[in-house]
Design a binder for this molecule. Structure first.
Ligand code: 5AD
Length: 349
């Protein structure tokens, strides 16, 4: 049966499954058709714009022990660092000069970053960079904490759900964590008024195509503004050291499917995609992604934020090499724009 992509919004779970699994067959014409349609939808809603986010990795300390992640608390080999307020603000300063208008402050769940400290950093940067969006990505917190950060001036929050299937979630996380709480966080963030980003890894250990269908169904329920996905990449100091990586092909295919289902979403072509293949990021853009998040972390700390093996942080991944990035984006047929790059609609479906 040939799937009719015009009807993708009404696809059954079985049809979505078939679409995701097409890359197991050798139907490359259909893969290209999917990509071209996704690119068309992206151009209808966002033209050729590509938005930049300056990513500042504020702490490699994490109290959690996710089995896939290189900065999990029980990895004794991980280098740990924590940026000071001054280091974070000067990274923003540096980014502002380079033309970045969104700063993403991302880190492990580090208890030393108390709510008071986070609010102080957010409110100072809110005043100093008034035309910029401030995005936090610091994990699971209470409603009250999220509200405090929002009131201090944060605009957006990124929290991937990682997997929407409970049994799969249990295989990736220790008992101290729960999918229920992760979902609660995402709905709290929305209710408070943040532009919310969620997402998942493609090809994480034990993931089935049914799990990916659940991820899509969950996103349809959440209606996030941003959707970040990347291939799972193994890290040697984790219980999954011997697992296979996710593939570029399936990740790119998932980007196209997400673009068709969520025309208004801000979808990054992620560092993980750029790490797994030198052409990964370019193919992500051509398949429907419209955001790139280069690294603005002070250079001496970059190698320490090793959530997976070989994570790219030099060359085009480095925020200071904006010209390389602009050239890559233009070679792919798009244009880097210097603006906050807010979502174009309140809901992306
Ligand atoms: N491979 C790919 N992505 C990973 N992440 C964490 N560990 C890995 C890994 N080994 C992703 C998670 C997290 C984001 C910051 O990085 O999805 O939400």
């Amino acid at each position: 049966m040939k799937l009719d992509l015009d009807k993708i919004n009404a696809f059954s779970d079985e049809e979505l499954k078939e679409l995701i699994e097409y890359d197991n067959n050798i139907k490359s014409d259909f893969s290209e058709e999917l990509r071209i349609r996704a690119d068309k939808v992206r151009r209808e809603h966002y033209g050729t714009d590509v938005y930049l986010r300056g990513l500042i990795e504020i702490s490699s300390y994490c109290k959690n022990d996710c089995y896939y992640c290189g900065i999990r608390c029980s990895n004794r080999n991980a280098d740990r660092y924590r940026l000071t307020k001054d280091e974070i603000l000067s990274a923003c300063e540096n980014g502002y000069e380079l033309g970045y208008r969104t700063f993403v402050m991302q880190g492990g769940e580090d208890p030393n970053f108390t709510d008071d400290i986070i609010c102080d950093i957010v409110s100072t940067s809110r005043v100093r960079f008034e035309d910029c969006a401030i995005t936090l990505s610091i994990g699971e917190k209470s409603y009250e904490s999220y509200k405090r950060y929002y009131d201090a001036g944060a605009n957006r929050f990124l929290l991937r759900h990682e997997t929407a299937d409970d049994a799969h979630y249990r295989k990736l996380h220790p008992d101290s964590m729960s999918l229920e709480n992760r979902k609660r966080c995402l709905f709290d963030l929305k209710e408070i008024g943040y532009q919310v980003g969620s997402g998942f890894m493609v090809g994480s250990p034990y993931q089935t195509t049914d799990n990916l269908v659940s991820d899509i169904r969950f996103l349809q329920e959440l209606e996030p503004d941003m959707i970040g996905i990347g291939p799972y990449i193994c890290h040697k100091d984790t219980p999954f050291a011997d697992c296979d990586n996710g593939t570029m092909e399936r990740t790119v295919r998932m980007i196209s499917i997400l673009r068709l289902l969520f025309p208004y979403a801000l979808i990054p072509s992620t560092t993980a995609l750029g790490t797994i293949s030198p052409v990964g990021r370019e193919l992500g853009l051509k398949a429907g992604a419209n955001v790139v998040m280069p690294n603005l972390t002070p250079a001496e700390y970059r190698s320490s934020y090793a959530i997976y093996e070989g994570k790219a942080y030099a060359g085009k991944e480095a925020a200071e090499n904006r010209d390389l990035l602009v050239a890559e984006v233009e070679a792919a047929g798009y244009n880097v724009v210097t603006s906050r790059g807010d979502v174009k609609s309140e809901q992306c479906t």
